[in-house]
Design a protein around this ligand. Sequence first.
Ligand SMILES: O=C(O)C(=O)C[C@H](O)[C@H](O)COP(=O)(O)O
Length: 211
Amino acid sequence: MTDAIQKLDAAARKAPVVPVLVVDSAASAAPLAMALAEAGVMIAEVTLRTADGLKVIEAMRKAAPGLIVGAGTVLTGRDVEAALNAGAEFLVSPGMSPGLRAALGGREHLMIPGVATASEAMARSEEGFQRLKLFPAAIAGGVPALKALAGPLPHLKFMPTGGITEGEVSSYLAQPNVFAVGGSWIAGQADIAAGNWAKITATAQRLLTPA
Ligand SMILES: O=C(O)C(=O)C[C@H](O)[C@H](O)COP(=O)(O)O
């Protein structure tokens, strides 16, 4: 197992909830990183869907050095290079394409690619991807799909993301083939833009300390 995956696994064992962040302004990065770290969040995914995404990755790493910051919505080879240059420690994509696959060239261990079917999961595993994102988790079958996949493919570990609600997190995390759960609602785009740091900390804290 590679260092990047080991580090991610160790953090996910302690704090298996990964906020998927859409951050409009790099000015939000430092207070956001501190709000998440205060809640005990150990892994965050910054999507490259905003113009400031790369700057946000850099600034969050500086502000909270203990937080593992990755890049999400990595779609192209250009995204791969830009995200790694900005300091992203892991990469997440909604799926896989021949171009992205070629651009990774030996760096599969850094990426968590999205899969929605058994065939996709088998293909990614064969290509060397060690952790997979079930995406969009709710549409791809949610917890029943993960249970079904665990039968024939017990060695594959997933981070379900997409359409998961707060109340469902614990049932996802109870699956032995789930190492983390992701969601954009943990720290919502509007709350980040409005600087609602206390609300973000409270939501993340609630998720990380189940009743
Ligand atoms: O940006 C990516 O790489 C994605 O694949 C999409 C995100 O994972 C979803 O947008 C999160 O889903 P929600 O929590 O339902 O909002």
